[in-house]
Design a protein around this ligand. Structure first.
Ligand code: SF4
Length: 430
């Protein structure tokens, strides 16, 4: 029996898909190269934004056709979907056989076998797995880059965000287990380990016996080997001086890249979002990071058009962008998400104004990113070679910048020194 996993959304979802693959393979499934060749398709969705959700559910339309070709086809939807949404979605998408809470992924083979027994009378594939979500050793897609989840869920309840409803309260994975996984990856020669959590900075706070995130990061940096460590995502309110010191002390092994979601430059909007910091706090914090790690690159998340965002609020976001000088930002237009507090607020910024603000902010970012990238021209920089596209390679710098490398015979998954010749806003050329 063959499975296919289609993944949408962030690195957390990609990491979850690696775990789903591992669970299915333990239960005897093999991976298919295309969805139309699979007996089981798992759609790992993202409902953080309406557009992402629409894209994901567009795929379900094809499932009818798959079922016509293969009557025992099973379609599963999992990912960032709040549990209560499952019932509504079942009505909307009758082609879906199973809605699975992402924290229950270890039950997937059992649920699929049950479905096959009841719906198709297809035998006895029942497997009695009892694998804990965070203990599942993933089937890594790459032989040199690995995502390592350190926690799941979130306690912050930002008013626009579906994650606490979809993934539950924050639960940290045992540090001994995380260290074992990182040691194994380093021993296998992995070149990049990315620690994942909705808010890595609050790691360990749910368990008094556990170490905190700076201590965990230090222990991982102490593992011998030539590899980079990245971590996402950080909440500004939990970014401590201790963590900044660990990043600074372990350059460049802990890469000089910090993703720190600010979401808005207006204190009124930040309060309505329940972010628990002001724009002044945020700017002070990145000032400290820049002082400790001068070569750092900063990226952020921004929501434009949050309920009640006026012209003046948006002007403050532009102003914050100019002061913060982000190297990259992930800008999204607000859309209400089910079950969230903001969904009960009036979505009173029109679509066209959201689009316009998105465009305006992107233009500001583009100018800043270009100026910052130009500072790299002429430098020799170490990149991790990630991919080959036609006659050139794609690498990434420790700061997370994409580099198009014109050179023959590079090896994927290796570090390479390159000379930067040209800078564009969204990439370097070397
Ligand atoms: S910190 Fe806020 S935005 Fe991030 S996952 Fe938690 S609730 Fe969502």
């Amino acid at each position: 029996m063959k499975y296919y996993i289609k993944t949408f959304g962030c690195q957390m979802n990609k990491s979850d898909s690696e775990r789903i693959a591992a669970i299915l393979e333990v239960a005897g499934w093999q991976s298919a190269t295309n969805a139309d060749q699979a007996d089981l398709v798992v759609l790992n969705t993202c409902s953080v934004r309406q557009t992402a959700e629409d894209r994901a559910y567009g795929h379900i339309a094809k499932w009818r056709q798959y079922r016509q070709q293969n009557p025992s086809f099973i379609g599963v939807v999992t990912g960032c979907v709040p549990a209560k949404e499952g019932d509504k979605l079942a009505k909307r998408f009758p082609a879906v056989d199973i809605f699975l809470n992402i924290q229950d992924i270890e039950k997937l083979p059992e649920l699929v076998a049950e479905k096959r027994r009841t719906a198709f009378a297809a035998g006895t594939e029942y497997t009695d797995q009892n694998i804990n979500y965070l203990q599942t050793i993933p089937h890594h897609q790459s032989s040199f880059q690995a995502f390592v989840p350190i926690s799941i869920g979130c306690n912050n309840f930002c008013t626009y965000c579906v994650v606490p409803y979809a993934r539950g309260r924050e639960k940290s994975r045992g540090s001994a287990e995380i260290l074992r996984e990182c040691q194994k990856l380093a021993a296998k020669g992995y070149k990049e380990i990315t620690l994942l959590g909705q808010n890595v900075n609050s790691y360990g706070q749910d368990d008094p016996a556990e170490i905190d995130f700076p201590a965990l990061l230090q222990k991982i940096a102490d593992i011998p080997g030539d590899f980079w460590i990245r971590f996402i995502t950080s909440h500004p309110k939990d970014m401590s001086n201790k963590l900044i010191k660990v990043i600074a002390d372990n350059q460049p092994k802990v890469t000089p890249y910090v993703h720190l979601a600010v979401q808005s430059g207006s204190n009124k909007i930040l309060k309505a979002m329940n972010r628990k910091y002001t724009s002044e706090d945020y700017l002070r914090l990145i000032g400290k990071i820049r002082q400790a790690v001068p070569e750092v690159a900063l990226s952020t998340d921004i929501i434009v058009g949050f309920p009640g965002e006026t012209k003046a609020d948006f002007a403050q976001t532009i102003d914050l962008f100019k002061q913060a000088r982000f190297n990259m930002a992930y800008i999204s237009q607000y859309s209400p998400r089910p079950e969230t507090t903001a969904a009960k607020m009036e979505d009173n910024v029109s679509r066209s104004v959201k689009r316009q603000r998105d465009k305006e902010l992107t233009a500001v970012l583009e100018k800043i990113a270009l100026v910052e990238n130009k500072k790299d021209v002429g430098k020799t920089i170490r990149v991790l070679v990630e991919n080959k596209k036609g006659s050139h390679y794609i690498g990434r710098t420790p700061q997370g910048k994409v580099v198009k490398v014109r050179e023959a015979g590079l090896t994927l998954g290796r570090f390479q020194e390159v000379e930067v010749r040209r800078a564009l806003a969204w990439r370097l050329e070397a």
